[in-house]
Write a protein that binds this ligand. Structure first.
Ligand code: BTN
Length: 263
């Protein structure tokens, strides 16, 4: 599989010899964070056929069965502070859409903050984690894309909103080709991370959450409103039913109840 992924990359791609393939792993994000501490370079890519402990946002698990998806983490090192990288999560989602579109011809939407969705179904999730040091910020961009599952293959608790590329495209997707497209898209994204406004423009165009009714859960409080925009840090602007408008940050809250899909 590793050789196949490498063969789909453009000749001489800088990350070509930095890809690590695992038949099985706990979580590519967890191992990537260990590798950051051991000095792994920018552009190290971990890909697994199966994860036994795949993780999602807000402490959720990410079901990662063998042969069915692409489970990948990329290590990026930036000379920037975390505050200068607030749009990294948006940039990762846009890059992932580019890769899926390049391989399947279908461009997913983005459910804020960074789920890839199509036809009301979640095709992919992204988990971005930072490791902060005095002179640089290292990031792990972890992405899981459901490729081959039929609806019945998903666990019952996520079956009503989970989807796969084969469900929405009507044909199978070559996982090695998709992995290579992701590597290309993430490497371009890392190079152009300074182009914040262009990244946010594309993110706003692809984001399907804006204009939708949302419920924001913060601790024990549940408030209802409408998503009205994305600010320059990637936060969701929500106008609540009491007329207050607030910027809602990823990680701080869970946003529920859009287009019948309720993660
Ligand atoms: C989410 O849906 O909340 C994010 C899911 C992220 C899953 C990917 S799969 C590869 C990487 N390793 C993990 O443990 N998580 C991410």
């Amino acid at each position: 599989m590793l050789t196949k992924i490498q063969s789909f990359l453009p000749e001489g791609h800088l990350w070509q010899n930095q890809i690590i393939w695992y038949d099985e792993i706990t979580s590519t994000n967890d191992v990537a964070k260990d590798l950051i501490h051991q000095g792994a370079p920018h552009g190290t890519v971990l890909i697994a056929d199966r994860q036994s402990g795949g993780r999602g946002r807000m402490g959720r698990s990410f079901v990662s069965p063998a042969g069915q998806g692409v489970y990948m983490s990329v290590i990026l090192r930036f000379p920037n502070t975390p505050e200068q990288l607030m749009h990294l999560t948006c940039a990762a989602a846009v890059a992932a859409c580019d890769a899926v579109e390049a391989v399947t011809g279908l461009r997913p939407g983005i459910k804020w903050t960074n789920d890839l969705v199509y036809g009301g179904r979640k095709l992919a999730g992204i988990l971005t984690e930072l490791v902060i040091a005095p002179t640089q910020t290292a990031a792990v961009i972890g992405i899981g894309i459901n490729c081959a599952q039929a609806q019945a293959d998903f666990p019952e608790d996520i079956r009503s909103f989970a989807g796969s590329l084969s469900m929405v495209c009507g044909k199978s997707t070559d996982r090695a080709r998709l992995a290579a497209a992701l590597i290309e898209a993430f490497s371009k994204m890392a190079q152009s991370i300074g182009e914040k406004q262009a990244i946010l423009d594309t993110y706003r165009r692809d984001c399907v959450t804006v204009g939708k009714a949302v419920s924001v859960v913060r601790g024990d409080t549940l408030r209802h409103g409408t998503a009205v925009g994305i600010d320059d840090e990637g936060a969701l602007l929500v106008e609540f039913s009491d007329g207050c408008k607030e910027a809602v940050n990823a990680g701080e809250v869970s946003v529920r109840g859009m287009y019948g899909y309720c993660p």
